[in-house]
Design a protein around this ligand. Structure first.
Ligand code: LLP
Length: 421
């Protein structure tokens, strides 16, 4: 459920007509709903309430500092994968002891930065990384809390580009090697082994792969404890999928996911961490765009929007589906027409949808891409020197620009011409 609904014939974000935001800020623009973000975060805290837990929002899905502050103020932790994301979480006021640092290639400057600024735990992905963390922690005279990310060799049954839990993927340490790596970790100076980490992929619409992975983690917990390690935290990753279409089968609910966690690892007495991104931010955001032209092609009509693949890359990159809805509610019985929905960027890949049924639309009409709050703005670029798309946060009847559209001067002045040219 989200808070983007039609009221009085117009799409609203909570209490604000989307057209008012487009008028004030221009298009394309991302619009987020504070109430939806909060609701989705709370679904997870409620689902995990029988166990000690921390819900660490996956910052990679939506890293706007205002969004992070909203969630951080509710008590959320953060899962970051770069120094930039760590600094954003800090800028949002989230304390280091609520930030976990994931990612397959943490650099030495990144490791140093988070050890100095405070970190809840490193999710370690390889032996060389473990050695680097130990060396830097020792040099700084601190202890680094670590969990090893294990690769459980589970098929997440999701898009191949976002599956991470198979042995052929680059992530984590093969679960069969885990005991040896934990023994190494325990022998290193500056390292405190606190738990186990696993993340098998994103946009999972079936709970079975989670169950398979978490049962393997439970077994490993017992084995590591028998080896003398004080395993007190389990980081179970993110990945719970969301509905991208209204008609689609409904993915499992956070409450079912919570029950699964309790069933598989709940008896171990560990603190549970999860790292959801998409389920919190995905349906909390829309991308609003204006129709520039409607062009009649041969046997097809093109809806040419002012948003493009640089603003929302998911359709072009993964063939992902986003529902597209008109901002003015179509009248009952309005006839649908098939459109190829495209942006103005000079490549054929700049296509959002083919043959999409939409009501009659004309130049100047606004549309909204739904489910665009996760992996939308964060994956945007300035390709074709199109300014980075701005972001707006709505709360009740208020809205605020939380990232402004840069001016062309700002964009062009970032380049410098060498004196010798
Ligand atoms: N934790 C780790 C270690 C991750 O790699 C990810 C996502 C998450 C948590 C959050 O997963 P979520 O709950 O959001 O599914 N750009 C792609 C998605 C890439 C996901 C990468 N990792 C897309 O647009 O679908």
């Amino acid at each position: 459920m989200d808070h983007f609904i039609y009221k009085d014939g117009q799409l609203h974000a909570e209490g604000v007509p989307v057209a008012d935001i487009a008028q004030a800020v221009g298009t394309p623009v991302y619009v987020y709903s504070a109430a939806t973000l909060e609701r989705h975060y709370r679904l997870f805290t409620e689902a995990l309430s029988p166990m000690p837990h921390l819900v660490c929002f996956a910052v990679k899905s939506n890293s706007n500092v205002a969004v992070l502050k909203l969630l951080g103020d509710l008590g959320a932790g953060m899962d970051v994968v770069s120094m930039g994301e760590y600094l954003r979480a800090k800028a949002a006021g989230v304390p280091g002891d609520r930030i976990v640092f994931s990612g397959v290639g943490k650099t030495r400057p990144e490791i140093r930065c988070v050890l100095e600024g405070g970190i809840r735990q490193f999710n370690v992905e390889s032996e060389p990384e473990l050695m680097a963390i130990s060396a830097i922690a020792t040099e700084l005279g601190v202890t680094a809390p670590i969990a090893v990310r294990v690769n459980p060799d589970v098929d997440a049954k999701t898009h191949e580009k976002i599956a991470t839990g198979k042995s052929e993927n680059k992530f984590g340490i093969p679960i069969a090697k885990a005991r040896a790596v934990y023994a190494l970790a325990a022998s290193l100076p500056g390292i405190d082994v606190v738990g186990i980490d696993v993340h098998i992929g994103s946009q999972l619409t079936d709970l079975a792969p989670f169950e398979e992975a978490y049962l393997k983690v439970a077994e490993l917990t017992r084995a590591l404890r028998a080896d003398g390690h004080d395993i007190r935290r389990l980081d179970l990753g993110g990945g719970l999928g969301i509905p991208y279409t209204r008609s689609n089968e409904v993915p499992p609910l956070p409450s079912d996911y919570g029950a699964l966690i309790q069933r598989t690892v709940g008896d171990l007495g560990c603190e549970i961490e999860i790292e959801p991104g998409r389920l919190i931010s995905g349906n909390a955001g829309i991308l609003v765009s204006e129709t520039i032209y409607v062009k009649e092609g041969e046997g097809r009509n093109f809806l040419i929007l002012d948003a493009a693949m640089n603003d929302l890359v998911r359709p072009s990159m993964y063939g992902a589906h986003h529902d597209i809805v008109p901002v003015i509610e179509p009248g009952a019985g309005a006839e649908a027409q098939a459109f190829d929905v495209v942006g103005p960027v000079c490549e054929t890949g700049d296509t959002f949808a083919k043959g999409r049924a939409l009501p009659a639309l004309a130049a100047g009409d606004l549309v909204a891409f739904r489910s665009a709050g996760a992996y939308g703005a964060v994956m945007a670029s300035e390709y074709n020197t199109r300014p980075m798309v701005p972001e707006v946060l709505v709360k009740g009847d208020h809205f605020a620009v939380i990232r402004a559209r840069p001016t062309f001067d700002e964009i062009i002045n970032r380049d410098t011409i060498p004196v010798w040219l």
